[in-house]
Design a protein. Structure first.
Length: 274
């Protein structure tokens, strides 16, 4: 039950809200699909299905004025009392394109329709391209960048997703992906996946190996690595360093004539690339 003439009852300071009009005061892009719209006062935001409600996506239209594209608003939510965030289905144009957002029949908190200005112009966003996406090659596979081992990296921990300078998740394909798949296969204990009983090696630290056992393990490594889709051939060599760690040097011949050299060993209970 409300009191007074406002749908929200008493105003924030204990008095009845004053009758007010509302208009659009500004807008700017906050992402490739996001727009933040500022208003002169609090709008109606009771039900996203109500006509004129600020959280109703049909209350808003967005147009790329430069190329004439109409963008579909798929979501609208309040950022604060007088700011609305919109999400579009299609990406905004770049920073050289002029865009216009318009409030169609937007109502104030007191139920009065918005008065001019009901629209605002804003620039798009700088478009960036993931280095992997810019490579013109017919990659059969692509995966999110999530290095299985820390190695020499200092940004995050092993297995973490990597965020690029454009704010999007980095992806891997080609040689970086093949390298990761090889490392993942070598660090996984055989039998870990029920649906792939022959997948993996799982090289252990301080695992006793005879000369014959080392030769057999190196052969097993080569056989496992050759099962990766972009690997043509693989050759593994083994040696023991001064700390007693088994060091594996692996040369992989990949599709397209690429050669991948890796040097790794088991240390601190896990496989690491040196």
């Amino acid at each position: 039950m409300s009191y007074g003439i406002s749908p929200y009852g008493l105003g924030p300071y204990g008095s009845v809200s004053l009758l007010s009009t509302i208009n659009v005061t500004g807008a700017w892009a906050i992402s490739t699909h996001g727009i933040r719209v500022t208003l002169s006062s609090e709008p109606q935001h009771l039900d996203p299905f109500d006509t004129g409600d600020a959280t109703n996506s049909l209350t808003w239209t967005v147009v790329d004025v430069t190329d004439g594209r109409s963008l579909t608003v798929v979501a609208a939510e309040m950022h604060d009392d007088a700011t609305v965030d919109l999400v579009t289905l299609e990406p905004l144009g770049d920073h050289l394109d002029n865009h216009r957002v318009t409030a169609v029949g937007l109502l104030s908190v007191d139920g009065f329709e918005a008065t001019a200005p009901v629209d605002a112009d804003f620039a798009g966003v700088v478009q960036t391209i993931d280095p992997i996406d810019s490579i013109r090659a017919d990659f059969r596979d692509r995966d999110l960048s999530n290095p299985p081992f820390q190695g020499g990296r200092s940004d995050g921990v092993a297995g973490s997703l990597v965020i690029g300078s454009d704010g999007d998740f980095e992806t891997e394909a080609g040689i970086p992906l093949t390298r990761k798949l090889v490392l993942r296969r070598m660090s996984t204990r055989r039998g870990s996946f029920r649906h792939m009983p022959e997948y993996g090696l799982g090289i252990l630290e301080k695992e006793p190996l005879s000369a014959g056992g080392l030769v057999e393990q190196l052969r097993d490594i080569e056989d496992q690595v050759r099962q990766e889709p972009d690997v043509i051939n693989a050759r593994a060599r083994g040696s023991i360093d001064r700390s007693g760690t088994l060091i594996i040097q692996l040369t992989v011949n990949a599709t397209g004539g690429a050669t991948i050299d890796m040097r790794m060993g088991s240390r601190s209970g896990r496989l690491q690339e040196f």
